[in-house]
Ligand binder design. Structure first.
Ligand SMILES: NC(=O)c1ccc[n+]([C@@H]2O[C@H](COP(=O)([O-])OP(=O)(O)OC[C@H]3O[C@@H](n4cnc5c(N)ncnc54)[C@H](OP(=O)(O)O)[C@@H]3O)[C@@H](O)[C@H]2O)c1
Length: 412
C-alpha cells in the first residue's frame, strides 16, 4: 500500500486517548481505542487505570452509551487486543462478540502472555490490519516494555536549555530558563511519577547549587503528555497537592558536604524520609553518612563504574547509575524516574543507554557565554559518527518554549 493507511488519522485519536491513561495505567500499558463508521468517530475509550477495563471494552461501553451498534464499525486500537484472562477477560472475545468485522491495530502485543488477539480474530473471520502508526504506538508502551523486559525503571530525562545549549549561567544560576507553562508541565510529570510510584533524580552539583525540594506542586497530571497541565503550581501543599509525592534521589560522592549542610538542604529539612542519596560504597559507610541517615534519609552505596577517571572513593567518582536504578525499582518500587539534571548526570545516563525519553525544553533565550554551563559536556569525539544519536519523537510549543521529545535511536 502506498500513502498512509486509511485509518491513520483515527489511530492518532486513539493515541491521544491512550496518553490520558499515562501514570494511572502503570504497570499496565497505556492503550486507546476508537470505533469508526462512515469516516466518523462513534465511540472512544482508553485504559484509565490498572485493574480497570481495557481500552476496547471502554470503547464498546461508550458505543452502548451513545446508542451505536459496534457491528457496523471499525475498531482502531493502539495495541493488539489481549487474548488472555488477566484482571479482566480477553478483549479479543469482547471484540468478536460485539460483531466487529474490521480491526486496525497499532502494534502487536509485546507481552507473550497476552498476545494472539489478532490471530484469534482472524481465525474468526475478522479482518485485522496490524502496524498502523507503529512507531508512535511503540513509543506509547515503551515504559511497559521496559518494565517487562528489564530490571530498570522507565527513565525520563528533562533539561531546560537556552538556544545556545546552556542549562545555567557561569555562576550556576538557572532559575528560570523555561517559561511558566513548561515548568507547570514538569510539575505534572513529577505528580504523575509520584502517583505511579516514582522518583525525581538530580546530580550532586544541582543538589548543592539549587537546593531543590523536588515535589510536585500541582496534582493535575491527566493528559500531562504532551499538553502542559493546567492549574496553580505555586503551592506545595493544599487542595492541589498530589496525594503521593515522588521520592527524591540525589547522586553525590560528597557525603561530608551533605552532612555539613544538612541544616539547610530542603530535602533533609522537609522530606528526609522520602529522600535517598546515591554515593560511593566507601562514603556510605562513613560517619557523615550516619549523620545524614539520622535525619531519616536513606544513603545507598553504589559501585563505581570501571570507566571512571577519578579514584573510586574520592569526590567526583562516577557511580554505577544502572545499579542505582535497578535498586530503586527493586527496593523502592519505582516504575518511573524523572531525571531533572544537571547536564553531567544527564549525559552519563544517556551514554549508559539508561534514558528512555528525553524532554528538552528549549527556551528562546541566548546567554552567549562559553563559560555558562553546557547542556552536555565531557565527551571528546573526533568524528560525527561518534555523536550520541537520538530520534525526535515529538515537538510541541509550550508557552514561549518548544518541547522536543527525543528517544534513543534504537529505542524499542
Ligand atoms: N536547565 C536545567 O534544566 C537544569 C537542571 C538541573 C540543573 N541545572 C543547573 O546545572 C548546574 C549543575 O549541572 P552539572 O551538569 O554541572 O552537574 P550535575 O549533573 O547536577 O551533577 C554532577 C554530579 O553528579 C554526581 N555524579 C555521581 N555519579 C555520577 C555519574 N555517574 N555521572 C554523572 N554525575 C555523577 C557527581 O557529584 P559529586 O561530584 O558530588 O560526586 C557529579 O559531579 C547547576 O548550575 C544547576 O543549577 C540546570
Amino acid at each position: 500500500m502506498t500513502g498512509p493507511h486509511p485509518f491513520h488519522t483515527f489511530m492518532g485519536e486513539a493515541i491521544a486517548l491512550a496518553r490520558r491513561g499515562r501514570w494511572r495505567a502503570a504497570p499496565n500499558p497505556t492503550v486507546g481505542a476508537v470505533l469508526v463508521r462512515d469516516g466518523q468517530v462513534m465511540a472512544r475509550g482508553y485504559h484509565t487505570a490498572c485493574g480497570m477495563p481495557h481500552a476496547e471494552v471502554e470503547c464498546l461501553r461508550d458505543a452502548t452509551a451513545n446508542g451505536v451498534d459496534p457491528a457496523g464499525c471499525t475498531l482502531v486500537v493502539t495495541l493488539e487486543p489481549c487474548n488472555h484472562h488477566g484482571k479482566t477477560p480477553p478483549c479479543s472475545q469482547a471484540v468478536l462478540a460485539a460483531g466487529i468485522r474490521h480491526v486496525v491495530v497499532g502494534m502487536a502485543d509485546p507481552n507473550p502472555v497476552a498476545q494472539g488477539g489478532a490471530e484469534f480474530l482472524r481465525q474468526h473471520g475478522v479482518r485485522v490490519d496490524v502496524g498502523v502508526r507503529e512507531q508512535d504506538c511503540r513509543d506509547l508502551v515503551a515504559d511497559f516494555v521496559t518494565w517487562k523486559l528489564t530490571d530498570q525503571p522507565y527513565v525520563i530525562l528533562k533539561l531546560a536549555s537556552t538556544l545556545d545549549g546552556r542549562i545555567a549561567t557561569r555562576a550556576g544560576h538557572s532559575q528560570w530558563i523555561s517559561c511558566a507553562a513548561s515548568r507547570r508541565r514538569v510539575h505534572g510529570i513529577r505528580a504523575g511519577a509520584g502517583h505511579a510510584g516514582g522518583a525525581v533524580l538530580v546530580g550532586g552539583t544541582t543538589l548543592f547549587a539549587d537546593n531543590p525540594l523536588l515535589t510536585a506542586r500541582c496534582c493535575d497530571f491527566s493528559d500531562a503528555f504532551p499538553a502542559a497541565p493546567q492549574g496553580d503550581c505555586s503551592r506545595v501543599d493544599g487542595a492541589d497537592a498530589p496525594r503521593r509525592q515522588p521520592l527524591a534521589v540525589a547522586v553525590t560522592s560528597r557525603m561530608d558536604e551533605v552532612a555539613a549542610r544538612a541544616g539547610e538542604l530542603a530535602l533533609l529539612q522537609q522530606r528526609a524520609s522520602d529522600t535517598i542519596f546515591w554515593t560511593t560504597e566507601h562514603a556510605a559507610t562513613s560517619l557523615a553518612a550516619d549523620t545524614v541517615r539520622a535525619t531519616g534519609a536513606r544513603v545507598w552505596g553504589l559501585p563505581v563504574t570501571s570507566d571512571t577517571t577519578g579514584t573510586s572513593d574520592t569526590a567526583g567518582a562516577r557511580l554505577d547509575l544502572r545499579a542505582g536504578l535497578a535498586r530503586l525499582r527493586a527496593e523502592a518500587g519505582c516504575l518511573y524516574v524523572l531525571c531533572e539534571g544537571g547536564g553531567q548526570l544527564g549525559l552519563a545516563l544517556l551514554e549508559a543507554g539508561l534514558v528512555h525519553e528525553f524532554e528538552l525544553h528549549l527556551a528562546p533565550k541566548v546567554l552567549g557565554d562559553n563559560a555558562a554551563r553546557p547542556l552536555f559536556d565531557g565527551r571528546a569525539p573526533l568524528r560525527m559518527d561518534d555523536a550520541l544519536g537520538l530520534r525526535v519523537a515529538a515537538t510541541a510549543p509550550s508557552g514561549e518554549d518548544i518541547i522536543v521529545t527525543l528517544r534513543p535511536g534504537d529505542c524499542f
